[in-house]
Design a protein around this ligand. Structure first.
Ligand code: ZN
Ligand code: ZN
Ligand code: ZN
Length: 287
């Protein structure tokens, strides 16, 4: 892929200190959420709570090495961020990683104000240069000198270079992994050596593939059964999983075409549909 350069990191290097992680799915839905406005299909009207999907996000927790509360790293700020944090009893996050600048991934950014106020912290926001530029455009009032009545989120934008590992304030080591979302290059993220999270992906470039081998847990987007111009469909996601051979995989960014129980029953045992509120533990330094 053009536009990305490889960092000096060698995928076979011994890992940096990588604490055990847990992941909570704050949302597992595609950009419309499920149920969709106005839709009366069997999934949108289902009583199975696993068919209720907010916009896609996870929080990746590390045990606090100094004792005390776990440290929370949020991936993306969805339009439901407030509701997701209330539901999970999340009071603060230490930092936020952005995958890309689409509305379903960033439109809850203003809710960071409450974390700023309560904990007196400026929120580190990590992403590619292009994604951070998008944030500056979409949330221009935040970055202007002019005051606003309601207060602005206090954000510290920090650029991540592709394939260059960065130590997060939570103690997790994160590597940005370029993937293609249609023609748009975006970031997936690898956490330590065990876990990777790729939400909106229609192709995984050859340069990225080696970093996705030997994972314990791969979280991967799969939007529907039919092909889609900017997302893997189920068949493509399963093919990528078969190629990469993680110990297990969870599918996310799911549309109303997927009834949780029906689709799960058709999947290989090591592959599951994720659902909102699911928490998984990921072992330290797998592989
Ligand atoms: Zn999306
Ligand atoms: Zn529906
Ligand atoms: Zn997107």
């Amino acid at each position: 892929m053009t536009g990305f350069r490889s960092g000096g990191y060698n995928g076979s290097m011994p890992p940096a200190a990588s604490p055990p992680l847990s992941v909570t799915f704050l949302g597992t839905g595609t950009s419309t959420g499920v149920p969709m406005i106005g839709c009366s299909c069997a999934v949108c009207t289902s009583s199975d709570p696993r068919n209720k999907r907010m916009r896609v996000s996870v929080v990746v927790r590390t045990a606090n090495q100094r004792g005390g509360e776990p440290q929370n790293l949020l991936v993306d700020t969805t339009p439901e961020l407030r509701i997701q944090m209330l539901r999970e009893g999340l009071d603060r996050v230490e930092a936020i990683l952005m995958t890309h600048g689409h509305a379903d991934h960033i439109f809850g950014l203003d809710d960071v104000r409450q974390i700023n106020f309560r904990h007196n912290i400026v929120m580190p926001i990590y992403g590619s240069e292009a994604t951070l530029a998008q944030l500056r455009r979409v949330f221009d009032y935040v970055f202007k000198e002019t005051p606003t009545g309601g207060g602005k989120p206090q954000l510290d934008l920090r650029t991540l270079e592709p394939f260059e590992p960065a130590l997060m304030p939570t103690g997790a080591e994160v590597m940005p992994l370029p993937v293609l979302h249609g023609t748009l290059p975006i970031y997936g993220y690898k956490f330590g050596r065990s876990l990777a999270y790729l939400t909106d992906v229609s192709a995984i470039p050859d340069e990225t593939l080696p970093y996705l081998e030997g994972l314990d847990t791969l979280i991967l987007g799969a939007v529907r059964f039919e092909p889609h111009p900017t997302h893997f469909n189920l068949e493509q996601a399963l093919a990528a999983i078969a190629k990469l051979q993680p110990r297990r995989a969870f599918l996310t960014h799911l549309s109303h075409h997927f009834d949780h129980a029906t689709v799960n029953a058709t999947l290989p045992p090591s592959v599951r549909l994720a659902y909102d509120g699911l928490t998984i533990a990921v072992p330290e330094n797998h592989g």
